[in-house]
Every structure is written in C-alpha cells, then in structure tokens.
Ligand binder design. Sequence first.
Ligand SMILES: NC(=O)c1ccc[n+]([C@@H]2O[C@H](COP(=O)([O-])OP(=O)(O)OC[C@H]3O[C@@H](n4cnc5c(N)ncnc54)[C@H](O)[C@@H]3O)[C@@H](O)[C@H]2O)c1
Length: 269
Amino acid sequence: MPAPRTVLLTGAAGGLGTLMRGLLPDYGYELRLLDLRPVEGEPDAIVADLADRKAVREAVRGVDAIIHLAGISLEASFEKILAANIEGTYHLYEAAREEGVGRVVFASSNHAVGYTPHPRGDDPLIPVDTPRRPDTFYGLSKCFGEDLAQLYWDKHGLETVSVRIGSCFPEPTSVRMLSVWMSPADGARLFHAALTAEGVGHTVVHGSSDNTRLWWDLTSARALGYAPQDDSEPFAAKLVAEQGELDPADPAQARIGGHFVTDPPIWPY
Ligand SMILES: NC(=O)c1ccc[n+]([C@@H]2O[C@H](COP(=O)([O-])OP(=O)(O)OC[C@H]3O[C@@H](n4cnc5c(N)ncnc54)[C@H](O)[C@@H]3O)[C@@H](O)[C@H]2O)c1
C-alpha cells in the first residue's frame, strides 16, 4: 500500500478532531474535513450528516484513507446512537468500499470494554482480545464499529485499525485518566502509525500514552510502529491529592469505563 497522503477526517469540529487538525499536517497529510457542524476557521470543510449517504460518498471520493471520529462521543438514547454511530459508520464504510478507499482508522473506545475490571497491583495488563463488555449504548456502538470493520476486511479487503481510545485531552483531569490518557502528540503518532503500517487487515489497538499507571497492553499498537513518548505520571501527584486514589469498592471507580458504568455523561445535543 502506498503511504496515504489525502485523508478524510470526520468529526473534524470535535475535541479530538480539532487536536488532530493541528497535529497531523506535520506528518505530511492533506486533510479533508467533515462534520455535522461548521469547522471553525475551515471554510472548505464539508458540513454534512453521516445520515446523508450521497454527501458521505462524495466526501470519501478520491481520498487515500479515512480517520473516522464523527459520532456521538458520550451516552445518548439508543435511537440517537443508532443514527449517528451505527448507521453513520455503516454509511461511511459503504462509501469507502464503493469508492475503493483502502484504509480506515476507526475511533473506538475504552467503553467497548468498559465493564472490565481494571488491573490492580501485580495484575496483568488487559489484553486487546479481552471480551467486549460495553458500558453504555455508546460503548455498544463502538463494538459494532469494530465488528463492521472486521466484516469489511474479511469480505471486501478494506483495512481498518480500530483504536480503543482511552482519553485524549491536553492533560489528564482525573485519577482514572492517569491510566488511560493519550497525549495529543501520542494520539497523532498512533494515528500516523495506523495510517502507514503495512498489512493491518483489521487490527484492534489500545490508544494510550506510555503511562506509568497503564491498565491495558499496547503490544498491538507498538507492532504498528507506534512509539509513545508521553506518560501521565507528572500529573499524578496533584490529581491524587485532589481526588484520592481510586476506590475499588466504588463501582464507578473499579472498572475501565469509570463512571460510564454508573452515571454516564449524556451527549448535550
Ligand atoms: N476524546 C477522547 O478521549 C475519546 C475517547 C474515546 C473515544 N473517542 C472517540 O473519538 C471520536 C472523537 O471524540 P471527541 O472527543 O472529539 O468527540 P466530540 O463529541 O468532541 O466530536 C465528535 C464530532 O462528531 C460530530 N458528529 C456527531 N454526529 C455526527 C453525524 N451524524 N455526522 C457528522 N458528524 C457528526 C460532532 O458534531 C462532533 O464535532 C468519537 O468517535 C469518540 O467516540 C474519543
């Protein structure tokens, strides 16, 4: 596969999309942007709903690869998740298949396995083939996306790297995030590796920095050539002083998905 150059970035107006718009051009990519909402400072961005199959097909035409971030990123009603994350992702994959796009990088989530207890003490890191345990309809939609990616690889030869993103924000803001945080710079490194590694078929990877308190195994991500440079530990003392260490007796603190297992935040619009 020749190295991709033109990349469709869906969800470009969102938090992660905004971070990646800033970082990925340094790797030589030309980004085509798509979102439901206008993208600030980007008049050429495509404003379209993933429900609009014609617009999605036009958006993918001619790109080398797709980074698929668009969708509802918190819990919502099943109907809203169905439209944006399940049907929307299906529309994107169909368009990619029809237009002959070779590779998708899919923003999956830790919430696909959110009910998995996180390791403590000397427990082994969570492997990437741990059974799915979605913690919300949102997490369930990420399981669907990973399975859709597998189907399109097996049936149509369309490659995907599904990145189970932990938390990609400029800084970790909770003790839980210390274990799953992915710095924006490491996020860009991982997306670049996912776009350029040879022969990925459908590969699932965990998306985190090289955190001292890491919960999950990064082996499959490293196998793509990902070499994380950051660690959340410098943020730990302040966060632990403010919030205390995680309490394993609290159901909202004992599992990978954190409070998504008990009181998930609801998507605001
Ligand atoms: N940020 C993280 O730490 C994190 C962690 C795990 C997974 N993810 C996943 O990464 C992706 C990006 O996350 P984010 O934090 O930037 O979320 P976000 O909510 O900030 O951005 C999502 C974007 O998708 C757009 N969108 C929603 N529905 C759409 C539709 N039907 N058609 C077109 N665009 C639509 C929204 O307008 C928004 O700009 C999401 O898929 C999310 O589930 C993010």
